[in-house]
Design a protein. Sequence first.
Length: 218
Amino acid sequence: MPGKAQSTRAALREALNVRGYALLTVGFFVCGFHVAFVSLHLPSNILDAAVTVSFFSAPVRAIELGGWAIGLVGLFDIFGSITWGWLGGICPRKDMLALLYALSSLAFLLFLMLSLSWVSVLIFAATLGFLRLGTISLTSGLIGYLFGPKHVAMLWGIVYFSHHLSSFVGGWPVGSWYDVEGNYDLVWWASVSYGFIAAAIHWFIREEPVTRLAPSPA
């Protein structure tokens, strides 16, 4: 019933019995992988490809361009977080999450298909920055909407833990893969597929509050 006290254990049990909660957790796992992979390994990829540029006649080395790319990701994180949070207030959050993950995969795909240059690097960095942190406002907002505000910090924390697990996967194991293979080719294509999978599963989320929050009959 609305307003009835709910224990932490009961809240967790309730969430684990809702398919949408599990799907949000899987989706956020993909987000963490994307964030860690790009943040940690994009500069190395740029360095391997020896991508350079001149800025006002001053040469910019590949390693410096990698730093510019990560800085641009951070800059567009600001605009993306605000924009996607606003969209989540006027559109179904699950649909916005599906769109966001799909657009992220398209960004990865276009980056792979286009010839690698300083232009493609910076456009990719800005695009991904605009997209990647929108998942935070949309996912946390959807959890609060589904389960109410009382235990939202705990439920959101569990979902966010999956982000940290996948960040580890996108960091050290990917680096180990690079040490063996000498390239990131398979990881880039995996990033494309992961994003499309995350986009697809969000369509199966029912954006309706749990029964406990349904209004009592008059």
